[in-house]
Write a protein that binds this ligand. Structure first.
Ligand code: NAD
Length: 353
């Protein structure tokens, strides 16, 4: 039976991408989901163990920056939509290696755009290029105000500059070639399967192992946090119901000062691990600030709420509890990721396929 849609999801072995692939493969048995991922250090097929044998799912190992390969792939499978999440995603890494971010986030996006433009030429109905992006493209806020879809772009890190650039390219392909597209810009995600270089999983891991918790500067930075499954639900809605050529901001209505978040995490971990009150907080260590560090991000998610009826389904406390429990129950996943041994999982899984 022919699938009703052939959707290419890029970066589907990553933190958010694996949630989206899982959500789509499970919910839409009439679609075929193709997951294209280069399996960089951040890509891990163990994230998708539960759906790897689903008949409506195919994994393709490949790099979005290889333009000929991408063009051939689109010609072979004739995807009718793309949900593009593949990216270099860690701000600290972008400070030490900006070019890697230009390559994947800008060049990779443009190579996907070219392929979509070429195979959809003259047949744009029901086609959609969806770019999953970040609120960091808007730069930083002072103590007041929120990012809206009209906030001018003002990126401060090589990561956010590369994502801003890829957003601009997506819009430019809409204007220049009539490519049907939609973009969403989301705040910080947290949840299961998060690579432990990012704050919440790093700190959970360090608390378990009694290692220092490095907090940048004075810890007064403010971020808005969203549970990753709620982001996946928002992506599903924007993909299916978002208006063509529009941007949707997605956020958790959930601002936290870094240091307060770390203290809350410490208190929860003390309880979960049966350690004396205050034990984990002793691990907090203030370290030299990140250069170009944005003071505050906060999202006005009113548009997606009004137009598509989306709002977060869990509170931060609930989401954090689910996340901590998941990391405690999945010590093997954490161990594989921190030791890098998940790399061999792919070889084992896909050898001979
Ligand atoms: P991640 O780093 O966990 O995953 C990225 C995935 O992309 C990995 O599986 C990696 O192997 C793959 N990838 C990297 N380079 C590739 C290439 N050249 N070709 C093919 N695949 C490649 O990232 P994430 O946190 O899941 O973020 C996914 C997307 O969502 C990114 O575009 C990011 O900018 C955006 N985003 C993330 C957040 C967040 O808080 N994590 C918030 C808003 C938006």
């Amino acid at each position: 039976k022919n699938p009703s849609r052939k959707i290419l999801i890029t970066g589907g072995a990553g933190f958010i991408g694996s949630q989206v692939v899982r959500e789509f493969a499970k919910k839409y048995s009439e679609y075929h989901i193709y997951n294209l991922d280069a399996l960089t250090y951040a890509g891990n097929l163990e994230n998708l163990k539960d759906i790897e044998d689903a008949s409506n799912y195919t994994f393709i190992k490949g790099d979005i920056t290889r333009q000929d390969f991408i063009q051939n792939l689109f010609e072979k499978h004739r995807f009718d939509s793309v949900i593009h999440l593949a990216a270099e995603s860690h701000v600290d890494r972008s400070i030490t290696d900006p070019l890697a971010f230009v390559k994947t986030n800008v060049l990779g996006t443009v190579s996907l755009l070219n392929a979509a433009r070429d195979i959809w030429e003259g047949a744009k109905a029901d086609k959609r290029f969806y770019h999953v992006s970040t609120d960091e493209v808007y730069g930083t806020l002072g103590e007041e105000g929120l990012f809206t879809e009209e906030t001018p772009y003002d990126p401060n890190s090589p990561y956010s500059a590369s994502k801003a650039s890829s957003d601009h390219f997506v819009r430019a392909y809409g204007e220049t070639y009539g490519l049907p597209y939609v973009i969403s810009n989301c705040s910080n995600n947290y949840g299961p399967y998060h690579f432990p270089e990012k704050l919440i999983p790093l700190f959970i891991n360090n608390i378990i192992n009694n290692k220092p918790l490095p907090v940048y500067g004075d810890g007064n930075y403010i971020r808005d946090w969203l549970f990753v499954k709620d982001h996946a639900v928002a992506i599903d809605l924007v993909f299916h119901k978002g208006r063509n050529g529009e941007t949707y901001n997605i956020g958790g209505f959930n601002e936290w000062k870094n240091i307060d978040l770390v203290r809350l995490l410490c208190q929860k971990m003390d309880k979960k691990l049966g350690r004396p009150k205050g034990a984990s907080e002793k691990l907090i260590t203030f370290v030299k600030d990140r250069p170009g560090h944005d003071l505050r991000y906060a999202i006005d998610a009113g548009k997606i709420n009004r137009e598509l009826g989306w709002k977060p389904s869990v509170t931060f406390e609930e989401g954090l509890d689910i996340t901590i429990d998941w990391y405690l129950e999945n010590a093997a996943w954490l161990e594989h990721v921190t030791s890098g041994s998940y790399k061999t999982y792919y070889e084992r899984m896909y050898r001979g396929r």
